[in-house]
Write a protein that binds this ligand. Sequence first.
Ligand code: SF4
Length: 339
Amino acid sequence: MSEPLVGVRNLVKHFPITRGILFRRQIGAVQAVDGVSLEVERGETLGIVGETGCGKSTTARLIMRLLDPTSGEISFEGRDITRLRGGELKSVRREMQMIFQDPYSSLNPRKTIGSIIGEPFAIHGMHKDKAERKQVVQTLMETVGLNPEHYNRYPHEFSGGQRQRIGVARALALRPKLLIADEPVSALDVSIQAQVLNLLREMQDRFGLTLIFIAHDLSVVRHMCDRVAVMYLGKFVEVGPGDSLYGFPRHPYTGALLAAVPVADPAAHGSERRLLSGDVPSPAFPPAGCRFHTRCPKAQPLCSQKEPPLEDKGSGTRTACHFPLTREEVAATGVRSAL
Ligand code: SF4
């Protein structure tokens, strides 16, 4: 088997909490990402799913090296990039690009879309000839379904879906190998979400991209991803192929996320939707043992004492749970009828 495009081992990111104005003293840390490991194969789409604040966007930023990890290792094409700096980091960054959740705030309102999409060329000193750059940018615009004649327009002149297309065009400008889409459709109307998802899939096929797709909703990644990693309070709690994870989720948190997916006609599905109760605990003070035990309907005394390892439970996924869901429990939560 060829080596994975991305490898992450025991990745940790703690943000210090300090007190005092002159002599800032560290009094704690927000454990945003706490021991995450994963591999992403070339051409694969990996979904990372979890509630707001679970650490999925921080994981993405660490992989992109937009943040420095507290510890752990990140490799890209087999090369350790954890501590790269300067020119070496810049050249690796060409190979990985990101599109962001909010197409409204991620585009500079004072720049034309021609200069926004052409920005990566300016940063990397490519297509210096003005006419040539314009032509390349207009081709990119056409590729993502934008009218090239709108080259000199400003972001406010475009709809939300079109702005996300601008973001995709900018991300594709340098022909990256890895694209990380951080909640790319969350800020868009449902009616245009499908268009942007289809565009991403089309671009992936066309350019042979590897895609990491971040979402808070399991139903969004269902048709996009080969594998899914479910994240809770800075850790992966279940990772596996989409078919296994959606067909037979073993972790109670995955089960709850799936059961919470709205269905068109709940009465017709014959089972009660169980929504998660309680708030996610603060990542500054994560619960001992299994971090999900304060909200888990299956929690037992062992759960607050011992952290469960992420391991194969015989159903195709790796699951971090001492008492994984049974088929009967999955059926009772209405998971099957939700998708
Ligand atoms: Fe629930 Fe215990 Fe499993 Fe954690 S280890 S998910 S608390 S059953």
